[in-house]
Design a protein around this ligand. Structure first.
Ligand SMILES: CC[C@H](C(=O)O)C(=O)SCCNC(=O)CCNC(=O)[C@H](O)C(C)(C)COP(=O)(O)OP(=O)(O)OC[C@H]1O[C@@H](n2cnc3c(N)ncnc32)[C@H](O)[C@@H]1OP(=O)(O)O
Ligand SMILES: [Co+2]
Length: 135
């Protein structure tokens, strides 16, 4: 089951400059900076009460973020929903006809397992499912 919006992903060209900008905007410093080599991104996370913002900068030209920036420029990249059972949610969504971009959950940032749905099947919005990894 989807429980809440876990974060909003924002593609940026310069994460250092954007960290400053979002620190001023949100009046809070990022709580985490993390590279996810498998996604070709470096991220920084902000939290305001229950709301999280994930800034994403590309670390390679073939990164999804690099392609997004080339095509659309900086801006909202994806909406991430927290799920309580990512495997069950992937199965349910697959059966509903959504296109999963990865067949098995993969390691994301901020201690999560993640899966993405193709935006072509979600009214043009890239959707991420994420489940907290319980150590
Ligand atoms: C996992 C770490 C972290 C976390 O929270 O844990 C992250 O969030 S990492 C985020 C970066 N990783 C991903 O985005 C993985 C999933 N994305 C993909 O697999 C691709 O980006 C994909 C399949 C969405 C698009 O890749 P493709 O190579 O097909 O690029 P195109 O430019 O050809 O795009 C095809 C088509 O989709 C539209 N598009 C692309 N990205 C987005 C987007 N973020 N939101 C909405 N639409 C998007 C693009 O405009 C093309 O549409 P068209 O009408 O053909 O121009
Ligand atoms: Co994300």
């Amino acid at each position: 089951m989807l429980t809440n919006v876990e974060h909003i992903g924002i593609a940026v060209r310069d994460i250092v400059a954007s960290n400053d900008l979002f620190t001023k905007l949100l009046n809070v410093a990022p709580y985490k900076a993390e590279a996810v080599a498998t996604e070709g991104v470096t991220t920084s996370f902000f939290q305001v009460n229950q709301t999280k913002i994930e800034l994403l900068e590309a670390t390679s030209p073939d990164s999804p973020i690099a392609k997004f920036l080339e095509k659309k420029g900086e801006g909202i990249h994806h909406i991430a929903f927290e799920v309580d059972n990512i495997q069950a949610e992937m199965e349910r969504l697959k059966n509903e006809g959504f296109t999963l971009l990865n067949d098995v959950p993969k390691r994301g940032a901020d201690n999560k397992l993640v899966c993405f749905l193709h935006p072509k099947g979600t009214n043009g919005v890239l959707i991420e499912l994420c489940q907290e990894i319980k150590e």
